[in-house]
Design a protein around this ligand. Structure first.
Ligand code: HEC
Length: 153
């Protein structure tokens, strides 16, 4: 009867702030998903038919970029990449790679970030970027990069 009841324990404060952050992120992601007509982040297969198989050895540069090794496939890569981006990245990184501010804006990657881009997509990070190692091959990953470059002003 005479126990003191704290409506909010002092220890709970940081946790609830963290939870608020997570709920906020989930809400924003949900909104992005709804706008695209799907609310989940289940990786989508990317059909790379017509593009060369880039193999497993990591390339240091986007091979489809004009001037690079497979530049002749650039336009097809952008098309394939648009579907791949829509199905795998847009839910978090925004439609046409326009970030809403909660995730890095991928249009800000520079040419010399190519190696970093590949590594991030393959490995992911512990801060919310999933690994696509199991779902996207290198051809799909660079096609997606070509699409991102095509919508970069
Ligand atoms: C579930 C949400 C989510 C999905 C889906 C997602 N990302 Fe990310 N991505 C993030 C977050 C969050 C970060 C920031 C992670 C960090 O700083 O550790 C990030 C970071 C990155 C980075 C590093 C950018 C920088 O400037 O640091 C790249 C590159 C990237 N994502 C590419 C992609 C691509 C390409 C796809 C689709 C194949 C994708 N991401 C799908 C959430 C996501």
């Amino acid at each position: 009867m005479n126990r003191i009841f704290f409506p909010v324990s002092p220890l709970a404060a940081p946790t609830s702030r963290r939870l608020f952050g997570i709920a906020f992120l989930a809400l924003s992601l949900g909104a992005a998903g709804a706008a695209l007509g799907h609310g989940d982040v289940t990786p989508q297969e990317v059909d790379t038919k017509g593009l060369p198989d880039l193999g497993e050895a990591p390339l240091m540069e986007n091979p489809f970029r004009p001037g690079n090794e497979h530049a002749e496939y650039h336009d097809l890569a952008v098309e394939v990449g648009e579907r791949g981006y829509g199905g795998n990245c847009a839910v978090c990184h925004g439609i046409q790679a326009m970030s809403g501010g909660l995730t890095p804006d991928l249009r800000q990657l520079e040419e010399w970030d190519d190696e970093f881009y590949l590594e991030r997509v393959v490995k992911g990070t512990e801060r919310g970027m999933p690994s696509f190692r199991e779902n996207l091959d290198q051809t799909a990953i660079w096609a997606i990069k070509s699409y991102i470059e095509s919508v970069t002003p």
